[in-house]
Design a protein around this ligand. Sequence first.
Ligand SMILES: *[C@@H]1O[C@H](CO)[C@@H](O)[C@H](O)[C@H]1NC(C)=O
Length: 965
Amino acid sequence: MAWFRRYSTWLSLVVAVFALFGPASSVKHENFKTCDQSGFCRRNRAYADHVDTTGNSWASPYALDPKTVKAGSGRLTGTILKTVNQDKPVVELPLLIQFPEPGVARITIDEARRQKGDIELRHGSQCRKERYNEVSSWAMVGQPKGDEEMQYETRGKETVVLYGTGKKYKAIIKHEPFSIDFVRDEQVHVKINGKGLLNYEHWRPKVEREKPAEEGKQEGEEVKQDEQAKEDLKKREEEDENKWSWWDESFGGNTDTKPKGPESVALDVTFPEYEHVYGIPGHAGPLSLKETRGASGGYNDPYRLYNTDVFEYEMDSPMTLYGAIPLMYAQRKNSAVGIFWMNAAETWIDIVKEKQSSNPLSLGIGSKLNTRTHWISESGLIDLVVFMGPEPKDIIQQYTALTGKPQLPQTFSIGYHQCRWNYVSDEDVKDVDKKMSRYSIPYDVIWLDIEYSDSKKYFTWDSHSFPDPIGMEKHLDVSQRKLVVIIDPHIKNEGGYAVSEQLKSQNLAVKNKDNDIYDGWCWPGSSNWIDCFNPAARKWYNALYTYKSFTGTSPNVFLWNDMNEPSVFNGPETTMPKDNLHHGNWEHRDVHNLNGLTFHNATYEALLARDSPPKRPFVLTRSYYSGSQRVGAMWTGDNQASWPHLAASIPMLLSMNIAGFPFAGADVGAGAFYPFFRGHAHIDSRRREPYLAGSPYTQIITQAIRLRYQLLPAFYTAFHTAHTYGYPIMRPNWYVHPDDEAGFALENQFYLGDTGLLAAPVLTEGAESVDVYLPSGYTYYDYFTYTPHVGSGKTVTIPAPLDKIPLLMQAGHIIPRKDRPRRSTGLMKWDPYTLLIVLGGEGKAVGELYVDDGESFDYQSGAYIHRRFEFEGGKLTSKALANPGAGRKVAREYVKSMKDVVVERVVIVNAPKNWEGGKHVSVTEEGGKERKVELQWFEGNDGGVAWAVVKNPRVAVGVEWGIQF
Ligand SMILES: *[C@@H]1O[C@H](CO)[C@@H](O)[C@H](O)[C@H]1NC(C)=O
């Protein structure tokens, strides 16, 4: 039954496959902390509760000293003073506000170390005595442009900054208590510390038995409190004293020594009149984020970001997963804003939706919800970027201007990937490869999990099972197919294993709190971890990938980085102790969420160095942070082959896509519409290669994979758009239609790039149809039958028998395809194109095609073809989109190499009735004569509209041409 169910999942597709993990078991909850079990999270929630109970009389103890405010060349500086209490000195918090891009504000709050000896660290501690301030050096790229137009003025109790193009944004900085209102169009859209939850746990000398709730109590002391609130606070303090310590903390038998004591940072960000917030992947929950403080239908715990190996994670949960992107959008009708919390320590985010405090003039009419968020990190700086929109695409464009654009992948890597833990031998790999060909199932990459190596010693081969890896790779190369092998960051601790010996002797591994090489347990048993924060370690690691060093690899071998959270089987919460030390004596606590990125990045750089001239690396990662999109793909980790996991994969991938990391997939049936498309299976599961499904499933799966290959030109164009602007490939309804509130919570359907393709997979067992929401004012056609559906802000029911994927096309688009089935993407390189024109009401349509060699970096020198197709007034034209490098030799040669790649077919959906009976169209090509080509017209069937075909217009894809109908 489960067997059949997995296949039907495939069939109902978007979605594929013969994935994964066997009988439903689930995550071990007790292995992972709740907020209550995490001292700093609990303290900051208690602080928020205290502020709430105190109500309007709460006075936040943070004030910006107006005398310190200075500004110039796109930055403003000042000092925030924290009053601790009467008999202790104030704490100075340097404030820096930068305007790195027009319309973008970055607020950094550090802690001054004025006097030496201010911070007495625990005796013997090795860690660095300052706050971690290097997140941006990993997460951000390049030199920001800077906002030249920025201007400021201090008037009385506030400093007002005007910024952005035409000074259309305003930041009103209130001095006491410190807060910032961000204004656009005379309305406040983002409020920083509006609720007064800013909390900066300043460093202090270690005092035994000090009370953790000191701040809440003492800072609020001057404020009147009612008796009940006092009672509650007292009770909480007692509990705190019993259970919590600032100086060490135990969980699950592990003790975290905290050499720097309490050092958390927290802040509230309110979005007035915004009801929906999105982002902060990865979590397995709804796209529109839920409330987290016990409201009905919401969660009790905050969303957590602490990269962890959460095997068979639970659905509909704020629990942490493998990666963290602390980017959040708030969306209301026709307006989006966003924030990026640049901190790599363990982070929790509370979300509360509250009725706006009643405005006496509005008489309760049109009362809206405000979304209030509370960001809490264990250590590091407050470093917050505010994006003012007004459209979601502005936010993602600006966010990726700061953190880097997604990589443009090699074409092969957007084909289908066949994976299993494990293909057991080189003969097994060749056998699967032959069978895929025999069954005419396209695929590009076959994967090897950990078992290929000699006893999990990475960079070696098991010589019994894989005696001839090069022969295996040659075999794959005949069909231009590739091999991916896994390399994890844990290195088996074993004498005689050269990699281990070098790692240790060259001092390149992560250290424990005593500054000795850290030893933990992972796949190989006792292991050490490469410290990729260390430039010397990266340099050494880089050299391990040369063909000479990693014997048995050829140029068609690519990489998979798993377990890079890092996963440590015997560590706290299955990861590293927080008091471990990295390069520069930073604690693991400070850098944890960046760890996966540093390893992924090092592998990318290693592949880049491996080939000359360099090819675009392909590296799949499980753990990620902001910036990981620059170096590869991610997947959502170890899920189960179940319908709920399938349904959850869509909001999860949509969240990745809007967070600047679109090259994302899920193994719950790798989906034919997921940007990263892989079928994977666990070691204990039966073989699930698609040809094993049997009739009719094998045929149906084959059709689904072929559909993906047919649409590869559209996918690759969408990848190029993502690479250029950061725009998502899978796009949620609210992103595409930000004016349509009814679609803001939709998460089970999505658009593919700018193509107008709308996929709505079957997500429930046994369903024979799906309900698709269609916004009003747009017409859609079924991809297969051309049946029209007119959008009216309601759902329509689309039939979805097993062999049909619910897929619609929005009118007005032109979709590029390649219709000839082949074994791999490489073999399709010179194939001709089909253009699918979906005519809108006024007989218009537009579309784009981006093509390059699909593997090298020559596109950066202009070696590409980028066309815009337009249908208007009965004429289809192909025009070049700007190509600054077009004059260069490499660019000219590329276009020349493509001269025989033509459009072999133009299909027009919703073809006018007056073409009935057929006619001729006239084709004009650059420098060529006018030609007549036959046009055939077809009456629609199955409820579909009429359509027409121009057969073989033979226009080259890289040049100017027109077809007059
Ligand atoms: C990888 O990390 C190094 C070191 O921080 C950095 O110089 C490089 O730009 C990163 N690579 C990419 C592609 O982001």
